[in-house]
Design a protein around this ligand. Sequence first.
Ligand SMILES: Nc1nc2c([nH]c(=O)n2[C@H]2C[C@H](O)[C@@H](COP(=O)(O)OP(=O)(O)OP(=O)(O)O)O2)c(=O)[nH]1
Ligand SMILES: [Mg+2]
Length: 323
Amino acid sequence: MSEAKPYIKVVVGAILNQQTGEVLLGQRPKGKPWEDWWEFPGGKIESGETEKQALVRELKEELGIDVHTCTPWVTFTYEYPKTVVNLAFWRVTGWTGTPTSLEEQRLAWTTPAGAAELGELLPASLPPLRWLTLPEHYALSAIGSPENIESWLATLQQQLDNGIRLVQLREPAWPDGTAAASLKAVFGQAIEICHAAGARVLINSVHPKAWWKQADGVQLRAQDALLAEARPLPQDNYLVAVSAHNTADVLYAQVLGADFVVLGHVLDTPSHPDQAALGWEAFAAIAHEAGLPVYAIGGQSAATLATAQEHGAHGIAAIRGLA
Ligand SMILES: Nc1nc2c([nH]c(=O)n2[C@H]2C[C@H](O)[C@@H](COP(=O)(O)OP(=O)(O)OP(=O)(O)O)O2)c(=O)[nH]1
Ligand SMILES: [Mg+2]
């Protein structure tokens, strides 16, 4: 019988420069486990501390900065050969002082995609680096019917011009059916427009599987995620997202190896008038179990982004009003 591995609770800061899109990484100091490996600054939570208190203390000790704006992001558990580490990641967007190496560690600002060029990255820091490439706004289509195509394409172009970089094509009520040739044609056009702007596109799983690969991945409805036995598209080239309404759905998204979750609806919304809204407290509790980035959906707009992030959201998803 082997002994149980030590279980370590750690809080970690994704310190973000929102102008450049860069994040601060540090190299683990000599003499510590995993010396020289690159990581997000942070450390162990001491007894009696909240996550936020531990984060503020660690970033003061390691970098000399005073954090004043931070929000909970993703919490997940990673099993190393000798330990099990529970990592609570926080996004840090406001601080005073300039990050300075106080533990003789090297520091570097890097784009999430460029981090691998620094050197070896702690294994548990790889998923968060991937997640940081996801934008805060996720726009959903609502074309409705063929006569609206032209005006919707103009709206899409406007959203892209305003900075939208993630789009879901979802037309469950298309008059000719969710597999119609007319829909395939407009989706093809939309994908082209999005790619020209550097935006990624997911197709909702209500539409044929053959279409998903022509986009950048799939947004699985909760019911389709439950039927999937494995992640339906490979991680190297595609995104797989899951729509969730409760804790079981988010846990299943984790089992499938999804990239992110869309959880709702959070607030009352005209599109689901007969279902009860989750509200922010339930949203926060479920999101905390997801171990993945979570977008809030339902009654969301640019005005709710800050509230969503205070409750652990990565960002918000909506048909209109994002940007
Ligand atoms: N800081 C940090 N730790 C990480 C990351 N990924 C990851 O698996 N870990 C693990 C490595 C360590 O086992 C643990 C954090 O420990 P630490 O050595 O930073 O703790 P600390 O700052 O409190 O240092 P000390 O007081 O023990 O010297 O979490 C990460 O991105 N950042
Ligand atoms: Mg540390």
